[in-house]
Design a protein around this ligand. Structure first.
Ligand code: AHG
Ligand code: MN
Ligand code: MN
Length: 310
């Protein structure tokens, strides 16, 4: 079943349906840039973003693609993007606002490793983008990997669609995704080991213990694209950890357009997330580009890590 037929078969809000179709359209353009582009899409744009990070050419291309499409959607009131310091207000007085990381994992573009796009859709309320993640109406990511896939959480279920690159259609391939309650994958940048808090170090030691059969009990996997690391852990069972570090006291990932949508998808797939103090989805943001420590994945693995804090 293709995405349009699927949406027609569901009793979703019409505005949210149109937003999903817009993400479909934009992601196919990003896919085409990645796979069929004749222009040079690699490398740095020479600019820095609001978080003083190097902006890649593809960050800007993806940002432009999605903004151009969302601006025409009468259901969207405003857009918050990682690549724009300020909120962009659309001409339409739409019922929804959309926060996005148009290109996640951009340091991986030049080396042919999966990247993604992440979207968080909220109602247009007086709080604007500073709403708790639990208020999200729809969360979605696209992973441009060995296959291009769109995953979204809506009405308490998570679905995955895979792009048929010939027909340029997304087809339903993953119905009602559930994160395994137990897992054996841990995903963390261990280059940060010496600046981790003791409980995280203890959890990593626990993951590295051998079983009575002398075999490893866990396996380490870290791609460096949140979307790809989460996607694998969601399907196979695992935990993704990006805690605060000595030089990043608030962690690396952005609360509103990275942590929240991934946490919302995890929750609707029976997974768990935390900032190591409270559930991510219960955090009230103070700033649109604020960062947060982020842990997400299999329920029992997240619980095990939190035990080291208690
Ligand atoms: P972005 O490309 O949107 O800036 O996000 C990169 C993020 C995330 O995808 C990844 O998990 C993390 O940064 C990797 O950070 P390190 O290089 O510190 O491991
Ligand atoms: Mn990102
Ligand atoms: Mn990004």
């Amino acid at each position: 079943m293709n995405l349009s037929n699927f949406l027609n078969s569901q009793n979703y809000n019409p505005g949210l349906k149109e937003i999903i179709l817009d993400i479909q359209a934009g992601s196919i353009q990003v896919y085409q840039q990645l796979n069929e582009a004749e222009q040079d899409i690699f490398g740095s744009s020479g600019q820095k973003n609001v978080q003083d990070e190097d902006v890649q050419k593809l960050d800007l291309l993806a940002n432009d693609i999605f903004i151009r499409i969302f601006r025409k959607n009468m259901h969207i009131h405003s857009i918050l993007s990682e690549e724009n310091e300020r909120i962009l207000t659309c001409d339409n007085d739409g019922a929804y606002i959309i926060a996005m990381d148009p290109l996640d994992g951009s340091s991986n573009i030049d080396v042919n490793i999966p990247v993604g796009s992440i979207f968080s859709i909220l109602k247009n309320t007086p709080e604007g983008f500073l709403q708790k993640g639990s208020q999200q109406q729809l969360a979605c990511y696209v992973i441009y990997g060995t296959a291009t896939m769109m995953v979204f959480a809506l009405n308490k279920s998570v679905f995955g669609f895979t792009l048929n690159t010939k027909t340029k259609e997304y087809n339903l391939t993953h119905s009602n995704i559930r994160i395994p309650v137990n897992g054996n994958i841990f995903s963390i940048n261990e280059g940060n080991f010496n600046s981790l808090e003791t409980p995280v170090k203890q959890f990593l030691d626990y993951c590295k213990q051998l079983g009575s059969d002398k075999k490893r009990t866990h396996t380490g996997r870290f791609i460096g694209s949140l979307v790809a690391d989460f996607h694998r852990n969601m399907l196979k069972g695992g935990i993704f950890i990006y805690p605060k570090t000595a030089d990043k006291p608030h962690g690396q990932l952005r609360l509103i357009y990275e942590c929240n949508p991934i946490a919302f998808i995890a929750k609707n797939a029976n997974g768990e997330s935390t900032n190591l103090n409270t559930s991510i989805l219960d955090v009230k943001p103070v700033k649109i580009h604020e960062r947060s420590p982020f842990v997400v994945g299999s329920k029992n693995m997240v619980a095990r890590l939190l035990e080291f804090y208690h």
